[in-house]
Design a binder for this molecule. Structure first.
Ligand code: SF4
Length: 443
């Protein structure tokens, strides 16, 4: 049976006043959409209604109050924002049931109020960030979402149906957010989106002026270079191997971007990839991996794979295992195929029986664990930069440039009680197992 996902909460919007207010409304809705909300065209379907008010003239104020009254009568769950937010008492005295009142351009507050009034239920099928992290991202690393939605239509995926086509954020806005994060103590920026390589396609890769002068192009290469200039580690997730991804590798070799690529390959057998309708499904990807390693020998490649996709034969699966032998990926996550309500793949013939899925999953995990163990063993004796995540008594745990938080391995340190979370220190690696490294900070 297909797994039913919780529906995203719906937000209704009434936008009053001048074109500037309309731009604000669009910004708020773009942010809410990026956060996983759907939009409701009417009062009845909305979980919460935003009224973006105008307070320029008395007549506009009256119109705003009428709109708030109508939204309360029709829906009941109303958040007020915009120019009339400056007169919160007037609004509250007339409509005490209003959930929140925020002022003009207070995007964070209004978005925060929506999150409080109608939280998005977490879902492992659509969330880019591990659930546990939502509340507890330590200050020293931050997720930076650069776009939302996706232009592809992979047959097992419902993201495009839920979140729509690719909608990239402006590169100048991303840079501003990243600068603020770095100023507030972030030492590692984790770039996420559904399809990071496609960034800026919908913005036609245009140039956007920067406040301090100059401009930045809405293209992943340019954005990555600009982010790399901020002095924090920059880690790229959900990168599909489109041809221009090759341009990122020199940035890694230069040290501007971490030598790390998270590429969700999902499978290797051409027939399975075709049925999955995967993007950048390039038979030459192994050659490209070799070329990347020639330019940047330390590049760490992480990927995820699905086993037991409908129609996957034993030969397809063995093809995948052989491909993994060649690709020598550093980190691999795997899933057993599970139908998700609304996904096209559910209608595909030849479902793989559960015991076969289990057996293939175990074989895949054994293969990738052996590869990972050998790769980690080769690091023993080297000195690696490690970012400290936790300090516990005399020990500490952190990650090398090859490890993303939550999904990859860790580096466990002894004699490290003096370190603070967020510190980046050279560590001599003394030991390794299948997933983790062990070492001591160098004096
Ligand atoms: S690339 Fe495919 S799997 Fe990824 S979000 Fe788009 S449709 Fe879904």
């Amino acid at each position: 049976m297909a797994r039913e996902l919780p529906l995203p909460p719906k937000v209704g919007m009434v936008s009053l006043g001048c074109p500037k207010n309309l731009v604000d409304s669009e910004r708020i809705l773009t942010k809410l959409r990026a956060d996983g909300y759907a939009l409701s065209p009417d009062y009845a379907g909305a979980d919460v209604v935003l009224v973006n008010t105008c307070g320029f003239l008395d007549s506009a104020k009256e119109e705003s109050l009428e709109a708030i009254g109508e939204a309360i009568a029709e829906n009941g769950r109303v958040i007020v924002t915009g120019c009339m937010g400056a007169e919160a008492e007037v609004i509250r005295s007339r409509f005490p049931q209003v959930l929140a009142v925020t002022g003009a351009h207070q995007y964070e507050q209004v978005v925060g109020a929506v999150h409080e009034a109608a939280p998005v239920p977490p879902s492992p099928f659509v969330d880019l960030v591990p659930e546990r992290d939502l509340k507890l991202t330590p200050r020293h690393y931050s997720y930076l979402k650069i776009s939302e939605g996706c232009n592809h239509r992979c047959s097992f995926c419902i993201i495009p149906a839920l979140r729509g086509d690719l909608a990239s954020r402006r590169p100048d806005a991303i840079l501003r957010e990243a600068e603020k994060l770095v100023a507030a103590g972030t030492r590692e920026l984790l770039v996420i989106s559904q399809d990071t390589s496609a960034y800026g396609l919908d913005l036609r890769h245009a140039d956007y002026p920067l406040k301090g002068g100059g401009a930045v192009r809405a293209h992943l290469t340019d954005l990555a270079r600009a982010l790399g200039g901020l002095g924090a580690w920059v880690r790229l997730h959900y990168v599909y191997p489109y041809p221009h991804v090759d341009q990122l590798i020199p940035l890694m070799a230069e040290g501007l971007v971490l030598p790390y690529l998270d590429i969700p390959f999902q499978h290797a057998a051409p027939a399975v990839l075709r049925r999955m309708k995967r993007p950048a499904n390039d038979a030459k990807v192994l050659d490209r991996i070799r070329a990347w390693r020639a330019i940047c020998p330390d590049i760490a490649l992480r990927s995820t794979f699905v086993v037991g996709f409908p129609g996957e034969t034993e030969a397809d699966f063995e093809y995948l295992l052989e491909w993994l032998d060649e690709a020598q990926l550093d980190r691999v996550g795997a899933f057993r195929f599970e139908p998700v309500a609304g996904a096209a793949a559910n209608a595909l013939p030849d479902p793989v029986p559960e015991p076969v899925k289990e057996e293939r999953y175990a074989r895949l995990m054994a293969k990738t664990a052996a590869i990972s163990a050998a790769k980690l063993r080769a690091k023993v004796g080297r000195t690696l930069d490690v970012i400290i995540d936790r300090v516990d008594g005399d020990g500490a745990s952190g990650r090398s440039k090859a490890d993303a938080p939550e999904i990859d391995g860790e580096v466990h340190l002894r004699d490290a009680g003096h370190l603070a979370p967020g510190a980046i220190v050279p560590v001599r690696i003394e030991d390794a197992d299948e997933h983790d490294l062990y070492g001591v900070p160098r004096a």
